[in-house]
Design a protein around this ligand. Structure first.
Ligand code: SOE
Length: 372
């Protein structure tokens, strides 16, 4: 592997760490057509940034992401920042002909998303939007089974994404609770994952109804001020799909006891599938075609060499975790860049997702269903 691709990452918190782990691990487990080089880490807090760069092996640090993006020796820009920075960074990276690996949520709103898509469409580069759950082996298997007709005609998608890190009213204020920085609460933070998976597994959405709740209206900041929370605390959506299926989505960060439970059930004419991120190596399958006396949900352990990504890791039953989905994303992205190929989800998928989420916000404000 003689080709190298130099990466500049912007952001060194949770997603900066998850992405850095992906950039470092991918070549150890996947056949890459180029070597990812951890070149520059960009951020604001120089002390924290130096520690981050030293820990993860980034060669340089910079507090000036714009000039880093403009460097001729940078091939890939990895945007791992809070959502409000994505638009400006994507436009600048596209303008300078860089391949872009962007963390979800794509943008603050549909208008930003569409201008970001337009920017990359006029540059001959690869763009990827990191809805990482698409790269859980169990989700890949679910998509394969649905595409092969194992569930028949799809009737229902029932999706919940529950966390509980804000259930305590005394939990501090953060950027995720300020709509100018986050674009919304769990509606966009978690709902974007749910809608992306719905688009992947079921198809396009034709109408939506949404109810959003606000539980805690102000919180203490780290410097002991009180700041208004201006995002949803829970979002409940009901949708019609263009193929006739119906769906429900519940997104909250107040579900005490649920730490990161992205779960869904799909019901079709031939059977059902259940996925639960807290059991991410499993897929529960019920087939109407099983012998009636033996029917029941059976648990598929998605670690067999026949399951995508599984054979790159360990023997059957040696399960993988959350961080592996980022390694899968990096491996697929690197090879897409070398082959100048489209990788999904891309920025068009991001626009499609934001279109649904923005329509849902309109519904929540009007109390009416909205056609998409
Ligand atoms: C917080 O809700 C969060 O970090 C999300 O932003 C991520 O997308 C999700 O994967 C885990 O939880």
């Amino acid at each position: 592997m003689n080709k190298k691709l130099n990466i500049a990452i912007i952001g060194q918190k949770f997603m900066g760490r998850a992405h850095s782990n992906g950039w470092k691990q991918a070549q150890n487990f996947f056949s890459l057509n180029a070597e990812p080089v951890l070149k520059v880490a960009c951020g604001r807090n120089e002390t924290e940034l130096k520690k981050f760069a030293d820990r993860w092996g980034w060669s340089e640090i910079s507090s000036d992401w714009k000039s880093v993006i403009e460097r001729d020796d940078i091939d890939i820009v990895d945007i791992a920042t809070p959502t409000h920075l994505h638009h400006e960074m994507v436009i600048h990276a596209a303008k300078h002909g860089k391949h872009i690996f962007c963390e979800k949520p794509f943008a603050l709103n549909l208008a930003e998303a569409e201008s970001m898509l337009e920017a990359v469409n006029s540059s001959n580069t690869v763009n990827y939007l990191n809805h990482n759950y698409r790269r859980c082996p169990a989700i890949v298997l679910a998509k394969k089974m649905i595409s092969e007709g194992k569930l028949g005609t799809i009737y229902h998608l029932r999706s919940t994404y529950q966390q509980d890190w804000l259930a305590d009213p005394n939990a501090p204020m953060g950027w995720q609770l300020d709509s100018k920085l986050s674009g919304g609460g769990p509606h966009i933070d978690l709902g974007s994952h749910c809608i992306d998976l719905a688009h992947l597994l079921i198809g396009e959405i034709s109408s939506i109804g949404c109810l959003q709740a606000h539980f805690v209206n102000e919180r203490k900041t780290n410097d002991n001020r009180t700041q208004k929370v201006d995002v949803d605390d829970a979002s409940i959506m009901s949708v019609e799909f263009t193929n006739g299926a119906v769906g429900s989505f519940e997104c909250t960060r107040y579900a005490s006891g649920r730490k990161n439970r992205n779960q869904f059930e799909i019901n079709g004419s031939e059977g059902s599938l259940v996925f639960d991120l807290e059991k991410m190596n499993e897929l529960d399958y019920f087939s109407n075609n099983d012998n009636s006396s033996e029917q029941g949900f059976r648990k598929i352990i998605v670690t067999d060499p026949s399951h995508q990504y599984a054979s790159n890791w360990w023997p059957p039953g040696h399960i993988i975790g959350y961080e592996h989905t980022f390694v899968h994303a990096v491996a697929d992205f690197i090879n897409a860049v070398v082959g100048n190929q489209t990788i999904h989800p891309n920025f068009q998928d991001g626009v499609n997702c934001m279109r649904v989420l923005d329509a849902a916000n309109l519904s929540a404000q009007s109390g009416q269903r909205v056609n998409i």
